[in-house]
Design a protein around this ligand. Structure first.
Ligand SMILES: O=C(O)CCC(=O)C(=O)O
Ligand SMILES: [Fe+2]
Length: 296
């Protein structure tokens, strides 16, 4: 485990919520607050109806700016831009034994990049948001599942996804259960988040429906216009999603604090290589079965 050199987490004592939340407007720390109950209810409705919860202006502009500046300092470092790859929606390798129309044989080029979690700075406000138990508790209540945990995944637990002019993030499913996203900087154009809510279930791969979307079927596709500071909570393991091509000189930067139901698991080695540029010992050591039988 000598690969790990960064500090792991902030303690509850070290996380001033006021640094990233307006607690008058978003009193997620106060379990007696009717405003909190209302927010949880709205998120549950969003997840039920559209597979996505959306809270406008959740994170303070000053914290968004801190994250933006952190991302700009890190944008050209480490593994940020090395992991370009041809990927299918499951991030698995080409399998020529399958029919050529099978969705597992549908490959697109991912040109977007990640600022991996292990690069985040010591005083990163994104790490603070991620490590906050108050946030984890709030997200779990919105999802109406629990307990949920922070992820053991060293590279993908809370990265920034970065898309520069002309970059594309292809259709895929996530290896984890839930993703929270917070847009930190908007591209000049494009960069729409598109998703198909619950296109597969824990016990049904639904390859035909997936294939139809990959070949252009738009009936069930939803498009989210994201705004900086908004919070999205999204079930990326069941809802196939992508980000359309970005345009212009401003990079699209989005923070992705990610929570899971199994605190031990990490991404599969091939998923880590395809998205985050490499796999580490932990990805091979913890390559265990999933409770669902879905391809990932
Ligand atoms: O950039 C986004 O909005 C989504 C990123 C994403 O889907 C992922 O990192 O798995
Ligand atoms: Fe994703």
């Amino acid at each position: 485990m000598s690969e790990f050199i960064t500090p792991s987490a902030f303690s509850a004592l070290e996380i001033p919520l006021e640094r990233f939340l307006n607690l008058d407007e978003f009193p997620i720390h106060d379990l007696t607050s009717s405003r909190r109950a209302e927010l949880v209810e709205q998120c549950r409705q969003g997840l039920d109806k559209w597979g996505c919860a959306h809270v406008p202006d959740f994170i303070l502009p000053s914290a968004i700016e801190e994250m933006h500046q952190e991302a700009l300092r890190l944008i050209d470092k480490g593994y940020a831009r090395e992991a370009h790859a041809w990927v299918n929606p499951f991030l698995t390798k080409e399998d020529t034994s399958l029919d050529k129309d099978h969705p597992k044989r549908f490959f697109e080029e991912r040109t977007s990049s990640f600022i991996n979690s292990d690069l985040l700075e010591g005083c990163s406000v994104l790490r603070m948001i991620y490590d906050s138990d108050v946030m984890v508790h709030f997200v779990a209540e919105c999802l109406n599942v629990g307990p949920i945990y922070r992820w053991a995944e060293p590279l993908g637990r809370n990265p920034y996804s970065v898309m520069k002019d002309g970059d594309y993030f292809p259709w895929h499913f996530d290896g984890n259960d839930f993703t929270v996203s917070i847009l930190v900087n908007e591209a000049d154009g494009g960069g729409d988040f598109e998703y198909v809510p619950d296109i597969r279930t824990p016990h049904n791969e639904c390859f035909d429906d997936i294939g139809a979307v990959l070949h252009g079927e738009r009936k069930r596709v939803r498009v989210l216009s994201l705004n900086t500071g908004d919070l999205q909570i999204f079930k990326g393991r069941y809802s196939m999603h992508r980000v359309t091509k970005t345009k212009g000189s401003e990079p699209r930067i989005i923070a992705l604090p990610t929570y899971v139901t199994n605190p031990y698991l990490v991404n599969r080695p091939h998923h880590s290589e395809a998205f985050y540029g490499r796999s580490m010992d932990i990805h091979h050591e913890r390559n265990l079965g999933r409770l669902d039988k879905l391809t990932d």
